[in-house]
Design a protein around this ligand. Sequence first.
Ligand SMILES: C[S@@+](CC[C@H](N)C(=O)[O-])C[C@H]1O[C@@H](n2cnc3c(N)ncnc32)[C@H](O)[C@@H]1O
Length: 277
Amino acid sequence: MRKKIEELVEYLFTSHGVDLSGFDISFIEKSVARRMESQNHSSYSDYVTFLKDNQSEVTPLVDSMHIAYSEFFRNPLTFSSLEMLLLPHLWAKKRNEKSSELRIWSAACASGQEAYSIAILLDELKQKSNHKFSYRIFGTDNNPAELAKAEKGMFTPEALNNLSMRRIDTYFTRSRDSYFISPLLKNQVDFSYFDLLTDERACPTPSIFGNFDLVFCSNLLFYYKTEAQIQILEKIANTLAPGGYLVTGETERELLKKNNFQEVYAYAAIFQKNFIN
Ligand SMILES: C[S@@+](CC[C@H](N)C(=O)[O-])C[C@H]1O[C@@H](n2cnc3c(N)ncnc32)[C@H](O)[C@@H]1O
């Protein structure tokens, strides 16, 4: 099957200029299987013939690989570690260093839930603190449609399922059947386009120089082949401030350890770069 998928990748590139070469083969295979089922094809070769005869099938197939699902406070263990341990620690560290702001990058932010979740935690921390505190969050993605949603900050009631009533009342306003993120949080987040694989810039333009205390790269790396994963990790590692942290997903634990990151909290996917070598 691997060979057949590689041939399909080659065909899509040469005939349609669509480059799927960075994606993990089994991820492409699963995406093709889903399209086959939805188009009622029982054999792979039938589906490929159909695809070649029906150019309009290329877009939905490729779109099905750009999965942009996200949730507020998506990984509860990671977010509670951030709330209880890491953010208070970073905040105290910044204060001791007399540094002006905490800088955070949500590096594949989809429609903004991750960036806004972290903004909620930081605002709560700020409310509890007696000290002046400033933070900036940069949300980037390579899908302009998702970025437009993130900018708008409009969510369905179902999208708020992981939030307490108190957080909904404090950080959202309701208009008919939609909830809008409060300007207080929106003003703390800059959304912009950034492709982690192809962008020649070292970090998102609005952040100017990177130097992030915390980077999120969650639910993205496992779509890609090892070479592409390493390329993304290297890019992110170069933007981290000394002692900065990286949040990924559970499945990337081994990859990170092999690439010079150490686990900080064993039960959550939070890592720190080893700066020893
Ligand atoms: C499944 S969503 C994850 C969203 C969020 N990080 C979370 O964990 O809920 C994956 C996101 O990665 C984005 N993405 C995929 N490849 C990318 C790339 N090369 N550069 C930037 N964003 C990418 C997709 O557009 C999508 O919005």
